[in-house]
Design a binder for this molecule. Structure first.
Ligand code: HEM
Length: 369
């Protein structure tokens, strides 16, 4: 299909014809749901507790506030961001990709899930009554696979659920060496990092990205969360000693968050040209400028406790489909996530006997944080 090609800076209004389902998408959804279920089931059998099929381990559970910047240009004042100065509570969950709780020495890509609570706006039919808007991000601007079908193929490589921690640590160390060589010749390998060759750096120094697009009112956008407070900025690429510290990333988060406020900018990239900024291929980095639309701020707090883990890890689900209609996810990867996330959440809720309820406020946080 030929899409409009415009080498202009004007954002391109969304049209449903831009979304082209991948061949066999229903089979991909079924296959991914099954693979994720297998991972979660293995972890449940091994540990007696069901967790997310991926991103099982949390390293920080934070409460904060998102505040929309005043005076946004009209193209950027859309959806949630059409309320100048509007402020809502947020929950932030920092994670790493595997579906089991590995020693942090097995260093993998990082996730940041944001749940904004109390957001006004029309909902999708299955979200009527909810008031949340989730942004689910990883620490790279692109997803490791262009489409859901290709991701299904590589999921088995990323799903480290076998019990061989020593081997995994050795593999991770070896891969980090290889990764340095790859970077030296001018690239970064998502696959190698996914397998455990991610640099052992402070997770709070990361910039996070949705990698896959969502609607942005009339337009299409990718979002990112960028550290801006000086103390956070100082953590960028800062090495963390993870030797004999299986939960070293979490310890580093707690050390920082108990002492310091933290502030991030939420930035948006609007699609201006589908040929160079595709919505059906999440492995392509968009070239459009990043524009700040909101700030997210946390005050000093506990950072992670067992009680918060029960509240957030077990009691909540972050899913880009928890959204207002104006921020509906789009493209192959996003469409497929809808059913797969729901199935993963149902599985752990049933196994743990812990029902998942979309929060309307953070009243319960006080008891735990
Ligand atoms: C077809 C592609 C994808 C599939 C099948 C998939 C699958 C999943 C599943 C099953 C969960 C756990 C859901 C739960 O039990 O609550 C999850 C969590 C997560 N995913 Fe994905 N994912 C995909 C793409 C992505 C992308 C593009 C990103 C970000 C750019 C991402 C980032 C995350 C993060 C950060 C979490 C943890 C959320 C939390 O803290 O609860 N995933 N994913």
């Amino acid at each position: 299909m030929d899409f409009p090609t415009r080498h202009l800076t004007q954002p391109l209004p969304y049209d449903p014809s831009y979304e082209v389902p991948e061949e066999g998408e229903a089979d991909t959804i079924a296959g991914l749901t099954e693979s994720i279920r297998e991972i979660a089931n293995t972890v449940d059998q091994d540990t007696g507790h069901a967790r997310r099929g991926v991103h099982a381990k949390s390293h920080g559970l934070l409460r904060g506030e998102l505040r929309v910047l005043p005076n946004l240009p009209p193209d950027y004042a859309q959806g949630l961001f059409s309320h100048p100065g509007g402020a809502w509570p947020v929950v932030l969950r920092l994670s790493t990709t595997p579906g089991d709780l590995l020693d942090d020495k097995v260093s993998t890509p990082r996730g940041m899930a944001i749940k904004v609570i109390g957001v006004p706006g029309a909902r999708l039919p299955d979200g009527v009554g909810d008031v949340t808007q989730d942004f689910v991000m990883v620490n790279g601007p692109t997803f490791l696979a262009p489409t859901a079908k290709q991701f299904h193929g590589s999921l088995k490589l990323l799903a480290t659920t076998d019990k061989a921690p020593t081997l995994k640590k050795a593999l991770s160390t070896a891969l980090r060496g290889v990764e340095k060589v790859v970077e030296a010749v001018g690239g970064e390998s998502a696959t190698l990092k996914g397998l455990g060759g991610h640099p052992e750096t402070h997770i709070l120094g990361e910039t996070f990205f949705t990698a896959a697009p969502i609607l942005y009112g009339r337009y299409m956008a990718k979002l990112s969360l960028v550290p801006v407070s000086p103390e956070l900025l100082a953590l960028k690429d800062q090495p963390v000693d993870l030797e004999h510290k299986p939960n070293g990333l979490r310890a580093a988060v707690v050390d920082f968050i108990t002492e310091h406020p933290a502030e991030w900018e939420l930035r948006v990239q609007l699609c201006t040209d589908l040929a160079t900024m595709p919505i059906e291929d999440a492995s392509v980095e968009w070239e459009a400028p990043w524009v700040a639309v909101a700030r997210v701020r946390t005050e000093p707090q506990a950072g992670w406790t067992h009680g918060l883990s029960v509240l957030v890890d077990d009691g909540m689900q972050f899913n880009p489909w928890h959204c207002i209609a104006e921020h509906r996810p789009i493209g192959s990867i996003m469409r497929v996530r809808r059913a797969v996330y729901a199935a993963s959440a149902r599985f752990r809720a049933e196994r743990n006997g812990a029902p998942l309820v979309e929060p309307h406020n953070l009243d319960q946080w006080r008891e735990h944080g």
